[in-house]
Design a protein around this ligand. Sequence first.
Ligand code: AMP
Ligand code: GLY
Length: 426
Amino acid sequence: MKVLVIGGGGRCHAIVDALGRSPRVTKIWCAPGNAGIARQAECVPLRDTDVEGLLAFARREGADLTVVGPESALAAGIVDAFRAAGLRIFGPTQAAARIETSKRFAKELMLRYAVPTAAYRVFSDYGEAADYVRSQPLPAVLKYDGLAAGKGVVIARTPGEADAALRDMLLDDRFGHGQVVVEEFMEGPEFSLMCFVAGRRVVPMALAQDHKRAYDGDRGPNTGGMGACSPLPFITPEEERWAVEHVMQPVADALADEGCPFTGVLYGGLMRTRDGIRVVEFNARFGDPETEVVLPRLESDFFEACMAVAEGREPGPLRWRDEATLGIVLASEGYPGPCEKGAEIRGAEDTGALVYHMGTALRDGRLVTAGGRVLIVVGRGATLAEARDRALEAAGRIGCDRLFYRRDIGAQALGGKKLLPLRETD
Ligand code: AMP
Ligand code: GLY
């Protein structure tokens, strides 16, 4: 079987790696891929939103399956285009992907189908939004309605911060013209529940936790994710079952009822609050960096699971290795702000751990940094503590003085830290 993977970060590297373990997969292309992926797949210089180009490529080369990584490709309608052309593709249609691409759509669906989430109001007028926010307790949770690369959420702790954010979102059109969802503030530990979904069939994957803040102790700016770990001892099997039954299954059913059945990975960003488990957000794809710690634990054939979903069949049951994984992201100095690229990286091949490339390139045969997040080093062990120690040791072996990383990934799961919410601002 020949598989085309769309995307080029650490998540796609983990997807390519997992596909490569399947005895049925004989060829993997990745568009556009990166320097690390190039060792395990043939990279194709096509952008992930170049629907026409990707479709022409898949047709010409006879790809048996296409697996979509990033939301940008989903939002561009890649699944609709491939399906219309009769090609097998793993991912939701543009209409089903609204569960991620439109915060308003997601909120209205949850309200209609009684899926537990924070109370909310939607505004497009700056004055009305500002009046409403002033009448509510702080902190205020403000979410731009649309794709904003994870940067469209502001947790404002002062009236000044709230006003600045509303101006940014509704007056200055920083992300384009849109609406703002104002939400009730929730508190509690967060966790990610990714499920394979084929219409009404929902098969959960192992739980994982992302670490969004840039620095140790959950300080600093919000990022695309600085590390992840799996499993999560602080979530009980009963809580996990509850989340599948009361959140993931009802949403899959709701999307089917609304005429846009979901196929692909439905990602629940969940929080255990005092009042029970609540939805923070949904994504319509594999999480990043959760995928980098979850897929290495999958014992079942990943290709078979993706193929089943793409054909509308049940992908389960899935078997998971009884081991822990913990991934540490090495990011360029300055990330998530502007950062320098092109710094040489040494020793990424022999760390003794799994290393997935997030933003790297080859220059004159040498590996160099090519993005904000550069590598993720994944340690595995019988326990999370062992996985963490291995990941830290491996991260320390990578030679590059322009990279930084967090040393406390997994602190909450390891129980070394009170189960405080991961805060947006200090
Ligand atoms: P989102 O893009 O919706 O996942 O939001 C990004 C981050 O903001 C989440 O991972 C949470 O840490 C935080 N967050 C979002 N919504 C809320 C909320 N209603 N209450 C508290 N924190 C939130
Ligand atoms: N880890 C959060 C995301 O993938 O959006």
